[in-house]
Write a protein that binds this ligand. Structure first.
Ligand code: KG4
Ligand code: ZN
Length: 361
């Protein structure tokens, strides 16, 4: 079954074609992140306008494997090559979501193909089921993910807007175990990065600055809290981290490159310590056979290596699965994977954008 998926929940316009939920035929992402840089965060109106500008060219590019000589797609291209259309309906920015949802509805209406609504946050975790290709070959996980992932699995979704833990009892059966009470992990990276003078989408900036830190953990002069790390529940709270960072930051008049890298290191360690501790706690509690990590923050190299180190250390027999870096941040490939494994077809009349779509299942 070939699914054409469309994702427009924030500042990425993405379309992809995926076969049987695992084989990537095409994967196209256009991002307006650069445009938002000067505003210090995503501006919803600008994001929506960029979605409008990009949606048709992006869908057209995703359908190129079925066309000759750079021809443009038409409804026959979809009728002859695609079995269903999947689209992100939420959570996300309403202006952005509407562009993808209305485009997908139009395609479904014109071609008569079934349409599948997708929850963006739940979909992230299905990036772990995609077949690795040369371009997205994984760093941590084993080669054939579909065979190696075993249930029950613990799934951590860490993105710009969400930090959620799920118990995955099968490909379809999910149970929400906990999530952030305030800021998401990605938001904590972005907010502290801005405070340190980095531009938006600061996760990568912090990761790179932290690499330059010469300080070992115990000698590090900056000490930040590890919120909720010892609590019994599986919830997170990252909003205090920004305040704590600001308080420490103000103690210094001059912020040398070395000091900034020390701050970046400590912020990264603080977030990662909590993510790792809660994920391991959940894995022990539910005797997980696999641990799945996904979302933009799963692209963080330190998080990836800390988690794999943890697998060797602790009394866990779970296998660790993290998608290739390019499949962690927003794209439409995992939207198609989710639609294939867990999606439900609906009539196109019944699809609408839901910005605050619940992620608790
Ligand atoms: O999943 P995603 O692309 O979009 C949302 O659904 O939110 O996640 C974006 C988030 C941003 O907060 C960004 O700073 C963070 O993922 N991120 C990273 C890294 N790459 C992206 N955070 C830490 N380290 C990274 N390498
Ligand atoms: Zn996302």
């Amino acid at each position: 079954m070939r699914i054409l998926a469309i994702e427009t929940s924030c500042d990425e316009t993405a379309a992809a074609v995926v076969e049987d939920g695992v084989k990537i035929i095409s994967n196209v992402v256009a991002s307006s992140t650069e445009i938002h840089k000067k505003y210090g965060g995503v501006v919803p109106e600008i994001a929506a306008r960029e979605q409008l500008r990009c949606i048709i060219p992006v869908i057209n590019e995703a359908l190129q494997p079925f066309l000759k000589n750079n021809q443009h797609f038409n409804f026959k291209t979809i009728q002859q090559n695609i079995d269903a259309v999947a689209v992100t309906v939420g959570p996300g920015l309403i202006g952005s979501l509407l562009i993808g949802v209305e485009s997908a509805k139009t395609i479904a209406f014109v071609t008569g193909k079934p349409i599948i609504p997708v929850n963006h946050v739940l979909a992230h975790m299905y990036a772990n089921f995609l077949q690795p290709s040369k371009e997205n070959s994984p760093r941590v996980k084993s080669r054939d993910n579909l065979i190696k992932i075993q249930f029950p699995a613990i799934s951590l979704v860490v993105s710009g807007g969400h930090t959620e833990l799920y118990l995955m009892e099968s490909m379809k059966k999910l149970k929400w175990l906990g999530g952030t009470l305030d800021d998401a992990a990605g938001e904590a990276f972005d907010k502290t990065a801005r405070l340190m003078g980095f531009e938006n989408r600061g996760g990568v900036a912090i990761q790179e600055a932290a690499k330059k830190c010469q300080m070992s953990n115990d000698k590090c002069q900056i000490k930040l809290p590890r919120p909720k790390i010892h609590d019994d529940d599986l919830n997170f709270s990252f909003s205090g981290l920004k305040t704590a960072t600001l308080r420490e930051w103000k103690k210094y008049e001059v912020h040398s490159e070395q000091l900034i890298s020390t701050f970046a290191h400590e912020v990264q360690e603080s977030i990662i310590d909590v993510l790792v501790a809660k994920t391991v706690k959940a894995a022990r509690q539910y005797i997980a056979h696999s641990i799945l990590v996904s979302g933009g923050v799963a692209a963080n190299l330190r998080l990836r290596s800390r988690l794999s180190l943890e697998m060797n250390k602790v009394d866990l027999t779970a296998s660790l699965h993290i998608p290739a870096i390019s499949l962690c941040t927003d794209n439409a490939v995992y939207i198609a994977a989710y639609a294939y494994f867990r999606g439900i077809q609906v009539d196109w009349h019944d699809i609408e954008a839901v910005p605050d779509l619940s992620v608790e299942v």
